[in-house]
Design a protein around this ligand. Sequence first.
Ligand code: FAD
Length: 405
Amino acid sequence: MPQNADRRFRDDHRTRWYGFASMHLSQAARDALDKLRAVLAKEVGPIMPRAWESATMPPSVRETLASLDLMRPEGVAEVEADSTMFSGFRNYVLARTDASVATMHNGQSGLFRATVRHGGAPEQVAVLDPKVRSFALAGAFALTEPDHGSDIAGGLATTARFDEAAGDGEGRWIIDGAKRWIGGASTADIIAVFARDVADSQVKVFLVPSESSGLSMDTMVGKAALRPMQNSVIRFEEVAVPESARLREMNSWRDVNRILRVMRSDVAWIATGLQAGALDAALAYVRKREQFGRSIGSCQLVQEKLARILGNLTASLGMVVQLSAQQDAGNYVDANSALAKMQTARMARESVSLAREVHGGNGILLENDAARFFADAEAVYSYEGTHEVTALIVGPALTGESAFV
Ligand SMILES: Cc1cc2nc3c(=O)[nH]c(=O)nc-3n(C[C@H](O)[C@H](O)[C@H](O)COP(=O)(O)OP(=O)(O)OC[C@H]3O[C@@H](n4cnc5c(N)ncnc54)[C@H](O)[C@@H]3O)c2cc1C
């Protein structure tokens, strides 16, 4: 790469996240993210258009990410590696390359790990967390059901019944029901299943081995977003697990909410990172495309679109950094996470649409990354709490009146 281009790349890189990161992360943490970014640029980014088209995640992607030990990178103190600021920037860097890759990694490092860490008793966490961090134990998070998405809190229909006579008199939990949209389930060793205890009607979480008798799954096909990321429908017919498989600190929907608010912030960071990726794609394209005898990057109306993307991106970054700073100071508020998810995903939708637009017709071709970001933003907009549902968490916090009867 010529020296000028090198300098420009560094400047762009600094503008879009380094300024924020340098205020909130140690040098070691920034080094780990720089290394991640370099690996993604060389080994992952180039293969994602093809992966998107074939709707398959190349196994090398997960292997590469696992080998980087991103949940406990070398030289980064444990407290910082586990901070929401670091996991946020990690999601940002991943999503800037590809939203499916970020969603896949976050399925393990965010959804599954948070469930184990916040839901497990200390002795369960001590055994499981190192395996989760290293990907030695791959997991999936199974909350959503075929008939219950936004209304899952009250509607969750999968049941767990403790049968004292089962398991040679030791007792077993018997799980029945179905889950839908479960990311990474097809490659998971363990599925974290949210089920309602028939004895007290409370929602509890069970770590169910994916090879369990009575468990079956199908990969969902025909997706128009996040295609390389596999989602599954899972059925449970009298699946038996021992008491030791139950996460002992998850005993009600209130406990589930403790993890959802962490997860919504992770997704807000993904929605921010994918805007950075869309801007990268738009800038690369307008620099090389000429019309009317000049670069389209010199056209005023094109520059206005780029400025709007950068405005959305910068506003999103400011919001997620502030959210993570609050959370790392111990201040977790449901409405704050919901607001960040709602707002960043909304801005992401506009940003990816503008990035696609400056590509003209080429913006729908997968060889141009903008096409992928454009489609993937739709899934990010809807998962982990839709626009309406997140708004209906923020609204009551403003008015003091619940929007749900
Ligand atoms: C790519 C992808 C990956 C996912 N991964 C996982 C996963 O790993 N694990 C998991 O458990 N789940 C996962 N999900 C599920 C996801 O969290 C749900 O899709 C989401 O919660 C919305 O539920 P739904 O799709 O059933 O929509 P619905 O709840 O059916 O909503 C349909 C529409 O109605 C609106 N709506 C519903 N209720 C109201 C209301 N009261 N007021 C106003 N509007 C309302 C919604 O906002 C939405 O616009 C994933 C989803 C996707 C798309």
